[in-house]
Design a protein around this ligand. Sequence first.
Ligand code: C2E
Ligand code: MG
Ligand code: MG
Ligand code: MG
Length: 285
Amino acid sequence: LAKESGHNYFQFYVASIDREIRERKQLEKDLSVALNSHQFHLVYQPQINLETRRIIGAEALIRWQHPEKGLIPPDDFIPVSEMNGSIVEIGQWVLDQACRQAARWASDGMPLRIAVNLSAVQLRQDSIVDDILDTLERHNIPAGRLELEVTETSFMTNLEEAVDKLKRLRRAGISIAVDDFGTGYSSLTYLKRMPVQHLKIDKQFIRDLLVNEEDTRIANTIIDLGKSLNLSVVAEGVETAEQEYYLAQRGCQLAQGYFFSKPLKPHDFERFVASFHDNIMANNS
Ligand code: C2E
Ligand code: MG
Ligand code: MG
Ligand code: MG
């Protein structure tokens, strides 16, 4: 009997792998037409300065509206697009779109900083620095208005090359943030050598910040590290007033999360900015 059920299990296992491969192939196929079929759009999540309670910028996040499957979250397709290389084209589209939006907002009197996620695969492209600088120029965006979010894995594959490229971007005036800080192979050596200005505490440490002592200590450590290296620290995934209060009094300067706002389409983002700042003025007077 055991042997028989083992056999069944094996068949089931093979069938499920087979299905996974087919689904994956279909996803790659759908992904290959998504860009030209205008199935992507960007949403923007406000980043708040916890001291001044003002919105200082927005992180651009990609969304894929699949014609049959509906909205597919980036965690389900960005890794696939990194593996088949299509992230290079998609990432360039994101950058272009985000800069276009930033230019529009600036001309409407809202000169916000835009943060764009840059994949390790994009950073490996020889032309990436020129591509980014060209995009800024095309949209007439000052480099100081752009922030690039990179993860620690970007530093690992070819450290020298990554240092060199990030330095060139930095010299041009672009700021660099380390995204999901604490989840990768955080190394103080990378931090010392990389021209970064911001650390983003990963949301997994913020979720249970006030219930799990280990998470509290990790968040505290990142905040202190930021202070001693003179990097500003951004908490991501802030969902409650208590978390915000804790982070603010502990000296974390910036935050983003559902407590303030989920990522929004441009029009909703503009309305959010207007009402957020109105509320603050009302509270201050
Ligand atoms: P990330 O860059 O670390 O972005 C933060 C993620 O946390 C976003 O998920 C955001 O919607 C979500 N988030 C924000 N506030 C909260 C909160 O209070 N609670 C919770 N639970 N989540 C919150 P999203 O938009 O699904 O993106 C997931 C990841 O996909 C991003 O993580 C980033 O690594 C990647 N990604 C998104 N857009 C792009 C892109 O344009 N290019 C590249 N290369 N990667 C992207
Ligand atoms: Mg990010
Ligand atoms: Mg992150
Ligand atoms: Mg992430």
